[in-house]
Design a protein around this ligand. Structure first.
Ligand SMILES: NC(=O)c1ccc[n+]([C@@H]2O[C@H](COP(=O)([O-])OP(=O)(O)OC[C@H]3O[C@@H](n4cnc5c(N)ncnc54)[C@H](OP(=O)(O)O)[C@@H]3O)[C@@H](O)[C@H]2O)c1
Ligand SMILES: [Zn+2]
Length: 331
């Protein structure tokens, strides 16, 4: 089959080439990939993460159609439209038993610890495969495993409540556009911190620039500030995030896009009863709930690349001109 493949870390080593067709295990489903999202983690996979197998096919977020099923698979038939829960889990450790597959003690990630979706086909254990409800387009279906799931899990962990104010940093990003939409579904008022002008179309009640965020959140909340602030931009905007969280508020992070070492003013933290929470991707139950909840979610796509131009797709996610998601379409 055709795939994007690298043998040695570095985007300069990623090639569109032939790779052996996957061998289908008896409990596995062969998925014909239709579309895959491009996320910061995919670029990290190619550039620096420890991966297996080698040579490696990246691609953590994808959806497609069932092509074939293993002998023991009963719940899928060829032609089913499916997406993939992308955290590998054993189902037996204490974290899995508590419903936290996302931090399984023996876990991993599809596309990093296994081959991923930047290929014509992926063979994957049926336990990770989920049928798409009616009406899902490929752009949304291939935005669920990372972008939407991480956003949903973050809001659940933060216990965002109706009427509360959610502040989303980097709101036009892959996760940001879902945080805004899901925040509305939770019944919150949503402030998008963004350089873009289209977050109102995703439901944001207010869009503000990074420079004026403190003042505008203050005005909007009459001085109360945010109840939940999701800020995965890391060091560059960490302080701004801490300035816009209110009393008993929560600052949630799942990423460090612009640097991982940030400073915390402990007085600011305890005097306002603020919590800082780290969260990572999402659990299986979150994924199942999300499939239903996010049926009408929108995806703003900036560019779609064919698989043969996948290297350009990965290079483009850091472009200053980017205005929405980058997707890879597989014929
Ligand atoms: N732990 C997990 O499970 C998990 C899951 C998903 C993502 N992540 C991490 O979370 C972070 C965000 O992910 P994402 O997929 O939403 O990223 P993304 O699509 O690249 O979005 C980042 C957004 O940040 C804003 N931004 C502000 N300054 C920027 C700059 N100098 N360079 C780039 N973007 C800038 C932009 O939004 P505006 O134009 O709207 O300001 C941009 O759209 C990443 O670090 C990612 O690795 C972690
Ligand atoms: Zn486990």
């Amino acid at each position: 089959m055709k795939a994007l493949v690298f043998q040695k870390s570095g985007i300069e080593n990623l090639r569109y080439t032939y790779y052996d067709d996957p061998q289908l295990g008896k409990h596995e489903v062969l998925v014909k990939v239709r579309m895959a999202g491009v996320d910061p983690v995919d670029l990290m996979t190619v550039n620096s993460l420890k991966v297996k197998p080698i040579p490696h096919i990246p691609g953590t977020e994808f959806a497609g159609e069932v092509e074939k099923v293993g002998d023991q698979v009963r719940d899928f038939t060829p032609g089913d439209k499916v997406t993939v829960y992308g955290k590998i889990y054993d189902g037996t450790c204490d974290m899995c038993m508590a419903g936290y597959e996302t931090v399984c003690r023996n876990g991993g990630r599809v596309g990093i610890d296994t081959n991923g979706g930047y290929a014509e086909y992926v063979a994957i254990d049926e336990k990770y495969v989920h049928k798409l409800p009616e009406g899902y387009g490929w752009e949304l279906a291939s935005s669920l495993s990372i972008s939407a799931l991480t956003a949903y899990h973050a809001l659940k962990e933060a216990a965002l409540k109706p009427g509360q104010t959610l502040v989303v940093f980097g709101a036009s990003g892959n996760t940001g556009m879902f945080l805004v939409q899901l925040g509305k579904k939770f019944g919150a008022k949503v402030i998008a911190v963004t350089t873009k002008s289209w977050l109102g179309e995703m439901g944001a009640d207010l869009s503000v620039s990074y420079d004026e965020v403190e003042e505008k959140v203050g005005e909007f909340t009459h001085g109360r500030m945010g109840d939940v602030v999701v800020n995965s931009l890391g060091k560059a905007f960490w302080e701004k995030g801490m300035k816009v969280v209110g009393v008993r508020g929560k600052v949630v992070t799942f990423g460090t896009l612009l640097g991982s070492e940030a400073t915390v003013n402990l007085y600011q933290l305890y005097s306002k009863h603020v919590s800082i929470m780290g969260v990572n991707r999402g659990n299986r139950s979150d994924f199942v709930e999300l499939l239903d909840l996010c049926k009408d979610c929108k995806v703003k796509v900036w560019k779609k690349f064919p698989l043969e131009e996948g290297v350009s797709a990965l290079r483009s996610i850091g472009s200053g001109e980017r205005d929405g998601r980058v997707m890879i379409e597989v014929e």
